[in-house]
Write a protein that binds this ligand. Sequence first.
Ligand code: PXP
Length: 246
Amino acid sequence: MLKLGVNIDHVATIREARYRGRSIGEPDPIEAALQCETAGAHGITAHLREDRRHIQDRDLWRLREAVNTRLNFEMANSPEIIEIALKLKPHIVCLVPEKREEVTTEGGLDVAGHEQGIRSTCRRMNDAGIEVSLFIAPDPRQIEAAARTGSQFIELHTGSFADEFHDESRRAAELVRLVDGARQAHSLGLKVNAGHGLNYENLKTLFAVPHMIELNIGHSIVSRAVTIGITEAVREMLQLMRGYGK
Ligand code: PXP
């Protein structure tokens, strides 16, 4: 069964739009996370950005206490955030690019260009009992590099697929890259997640991609929650995901 990790960053984005710099305010991302779990989500994802633009440190510690499923901590490979992750001990961390030089042309982490530093972080996380995922584009060179770092997972960046979704031939080309990337990663012993830009419309087309374990979805679920509530928005997404692998 394909698992759903709900990215709750944008719940905090709404709060910060009104309450930036204050330790109060709604909506509460932790309350949202718990409702996602009630609706059947398999995990909660949150990204503590170096600029703290949405999730704040206090949110993370509360999430660590409250989340009953799996906490996936998205993070830059930077000393400050690594120290926080090692103290927080989430179930898994997903290394994502934040600085321009860490990003490949397609928006994933440039693992090939930063292999040594990423390998060292993977080792530190694994030694602390934390699994690691690397958010990368479906690029053979990046996948090969990922397999050398000791990470357990990759998260295939589906942003280009989502961007090209309404152009049939470009969408088909992006899908082929994701299919090939998932096969390559699987053959190298990496577990495959996927995410970014996935929504209620493009999800089913992604089912052509094999070996996927978990999807991380944020913006479309939080957006849908504005009209139907987050519990229903998560239930709808889970219902759509049931068709995978059938
Ligand atoms: N996966 C990763 C690594 C992300 O950084 C994000 C947030 O940008 C997501 C998934 C979720 O993307 P979206 O909000 O577009 O669903």
